[in-house]
Design a protein around this ligand. Structure first.
Ligand SMILES: Nc1ncnc2c1ncn2[C@@H]1O[C@H](COP(=O)(O)OP(=O)(O)OP(=O)(O)O)[C@@H](O)[C@H]1O
Ligand SMILES: [Mg+2]
Length: 254
């Protein structure tokens, strides 16, 4: 089976990112990766290894210093800030650890917010299906503060799905959830890949969460050091422990 450009959701090509200041930090050091459509990938690695930076660069939330990022056929480096904002609203979905819902809006308004901002009204049948799928049909008039953590994260997932994005980026989507609620959210993300052919890229610290993915990328010191196909949670945990030990002993004083 050969790979055609249409099969590719996101490409990072020799991406470098350094954060400035008096002591510059190399957050991404020559990262190249291809994320295929209809697959889910977990990104793992020690704290500070560059996971969130990778996600932010891939999603057009941050710009690399050099190298290229493509979503579908679009080279993000060629886009103005305005076009990049449009792309984020219409072609990319986001799910964050802290849910990032708007407290003053109810569930339905939160779900429809990206569509409203991008001016594309989604089909009402699709909105109803998404709401049903995340199991929030009886909570539409609730505000985020009136929902459990798992329910809030399901609102965030519905908000991401409703625009039919080309890729959904998740940063620690289960980081604030208990084990059972996390499993529900992970099963939901898995189902959008399996049923809708969605593409999901998820940063996580949790080997069990990562084991839901088709593939696990390991980062250390801003580089991809390992790419595993469908490893189990145990193998993931073992490899993470190895990476943790690989970390240089950094003096915390001063
Ligand atoms: N806005 C910023 N300004 C300066 N340095 C930054 C900034 N964002 C990230 N960094 C640095 O870049 C490196 C990578 O950070 P990043 O947030 O990508 O790590 P991470 O793997 O997501 O870590 P964690 O697991 O703790 O969330 C870290 O050393 C961090 O201190
Ligand atoms: Mg992070």
């Amino acid at each position: 089976m050969s790979v055609t450009p249409a099969d590719v959701a996101v490409v990072l090509d020799h991406v470098h990112k350094t954060y400035g200041g008096e002591q510059p930090v190399v957050a991404l050091d020559d990262v190249s990766a291809v994320f295929m459509r209809g697959t889910s990938t977990a990104v793992m690695g020690p704290s500070g290894s560059g996971k969130s930076t990778l996600l932010h660069c891939a999603a057009g939330l941050d710009r690399p210093d050099s190298g290229r990022v493509r979503i579908g056929a679009t080279d993000l480096s060629s886009l103005s800030e305005k076009k990049l904002t449009e792309l984020r609203r219409s072609r990319v979905g986001f799910v964050f650890q802290a849910f990032n819902l708007v407290g003053a809006l109810d569930v339905e308004q939160n779900i429809l917010l990206p569509s409203r901002l991008s001016g594309h009204r989604p089909e009402s049948a699709w909105v109803a299906e998404v709401i049903g799928r995340v199991g929030l049909g009886d909570r539409l008039r609730h505000r985020p503060a009136q929902l459990s953590g798992g329910q809030q994260q399901r609102v965030a997932i519905a908000r991401a799905l409703v625009t039919r994005p080309e890729v959904i980026f998740c940063d620690e989507p289960t980081g604030a959830l208990d084990t059972r609620t996390a499993a529900e959210v992970l099963a939901l993300l898995r189902s959008v890949v399996d049923r809708d052919g969605q593409t999901v890229v998820m940063v996580t610290h949790d080997p069990v969460a990562a084991s839901y993915a088709d593939r696990v990328l390991f980062l250390a010191d801003g580089r991809i050091v390992r790419d595993m196909a469908q490893p189990g949670a145990e193998r993931i945990a073992e490899h993470l422990a190895l990476l943790g030990r690989r970390q240089p002993a950094v003096s915390r004083e001063g």
